[in-house]
Design a protein around this ligand. Structure first.
Ligand SMILES: Cc1ncc(COP(=O)(O)O)c(C=O)c1O
Length: 429
């Protein structure tokens, strides 16, 4: 007999479990050690695991639709704007900004993207586990206990502080290889990197280690998407000074890179040999006002389905805190998507949802797993209708920028906070 669950002093023990007619019959016995047997329990569950991907109809209706053609289009936009000679590192950290890293890496590679960029060694290792052996750079400082795993998988590492160089070189020596490293210079972002003033001397010293192969020197902009470009230009000039000094020290830098989406669009002089676009590949300019300049298309939609419709009288409160009170007799739709699906609770009182090409207000507090939508006095909507929370429905659309703008954040946060419980469904043309 297997113990399947322990709760307090009680234990559930599985007496039997067998599959018949597609259902698993489970017979459980609850035992309280001090009182002996309390009761037995029989029930049935579908034999198919909940995570089975073969039957889309068995899945929860709240999901992210990922438009692969839009993603390809956005990569092509960057390519044609930067030119064939500039390499593209697709930034796919944080599950490709919430879009589904493995699938998007494959599409990016098929589109000719030369490099992948992730924040953490674990993210790069996940990519490798899926059989993707494309060049990939980790931006963060890789903890010592992850270095060996990363190097054995040919993952390229950032050196952003001199202390890391010894450990990386020693580990590479043990593995009998050279570590391909990218040296990061802090030119004003104030996050990671060798301080620009001392960077050339420090880089020269770091590269004395025998098992390090320099692949690139790079930096990161703090303000490249802002209308005032003065600080971004100052950062670029500091980066150039570092590169000039390295040249004087006869250090050959194979690749120089600095341009995130803001600089891809606004600072062509910062493209160097490689650019590092992130948010623009997912269809959003890094600042709202830049959308006219760059015709990228949103890749993600967040959708669900109406699970219940009821008619309520004027004065009926809806949702937690009774913040919404029906102003008239109206139909209320319940939709199984909430803040635990990445639809922020801060949108309460300010959100809308699209159904059958029409826009309706979200009524009352956004719950963890649900929202309610006020459909009005008369409705043609039905249970099962698709509800769009981000994306297009008929002529209406809600973008991640709309949501971000409403609650004072950026589309990066909206898309990357959609949790794993929301299934990603990849749509191709
Ligand atoms: C080091 C680095 N490069 C490039 C990017 C891409 O930036 P964006 O999404 O603004 O294009 C990021 C994202 O934050 C980053 O951390």
């Amino acid at each position: 007999m297997d113990t399947v669950l322990k709760r307090g002093t009680r234990r559930w023990t599985m007496l039997s479990s067998k599959v018949s007619n597609g259902f698993r019959k489970i017979n459980l016995l609850q035992i309280n050690p001090s009182v002996a047997i309390l009761k037995g329990l029989n029930f049935t569950l579908p034999a198919t695991p909940l995570t089975d991907m073969s039957d889309p109809s068995s899945h929860h209706p709240t999901c992210v639709h990922v438009n692969l053609e839009a993603f390809r289009h956005n990569i092509r936009c960057v390519r044609s704007y930067c030119g064939e000679s500039v390499r593209i590192m697709a930034i796919v950290k944080a599950n490709a900004y919430g879009h589904g890293v493995v699938k998007l890496c494959r599409v990016a590679i098929a589109e000719g993207v030369e490099y992948l960029g992730v924040a953490r060694a674990e993210e790069a290792l996940e990519i490798r586990r899926e059989g993707i052996d494309h060049p990939v750079l980790v931006f963060e400082i890789t903890p010592g206990n992850h270095v060996a795993a990363a190097l054995s998988e040919n993952i390229e590492l950032t050196i952003a502080e001199p202390g890391a160089a010894d450990a990386i070189s020693a580990t590479a020596a043990k593995l009998g290889k050279s570590a391909r490293v990218h040296l990061k210079v802090d030119t004003g972002m104030g996050r990671l990197g060798l301080p620009f003033a001392s960077a050339p001397a420090v880089i020269e010293e770091i590269l004395r280690r025998p098992h390090l192969e320099l692949v690139s020197v790079y930096s990161h902009f703090a303000t490249s998407e802002e209308p005032d470009t003065s600080f971004a230009r100052e950062q670029l000039s500091r980066f150039r000074q570092v590169l000039d000094d390295l040249g004087k020290r006869r250090i050959e830098v194979p690749i120089r890179h600095m341009a995130n989406s803001g600089a891809v669009i606004c600072m062509p002089e910062a493209h160097f040999e490689m650019v590092r676009p992130g948010i623009m590949l997912y269809g959003y300019p890094p600042a709202r006002n830049l959308s006219e300049h760059f015709p990228v298309r949103p890749v993600m939609s967040l959708v669900s389905k109406v699970s219940m419709i009821k008619q309520v009288e004027a004065g009926t409160p809806v949702s937690y805190g009774r913040r919404y009170v029906a102003p008239r007799r109206t139909f209320i739709a319940t939709v199984p998507a909430g803040y635990a699906d990445g639809f922020p609770r801060l949108l309460t009182g300010r959100a809308s949802a699209l159904i059958r090409g029409e826009r309706y207000p979200v009524a009352g507090t956004i719950c963890m797993d649900h929202i309610m939508v006020d459909l009005g006095e008369r409705t043609g909507c039905e249970v099962g209708d698709e509800v769009t929370l981000i994306g297009k429905s008929g002529a209406q659309s809600i973008t991640a920028w709309d949501i971000a703008g409403t609650i004072g954040t950026i589309p990066y946060e909206i898309t990357s906070l959609i949790p794993p419980r929301v299934r990603r469904v990849f749509k191709d043309s």
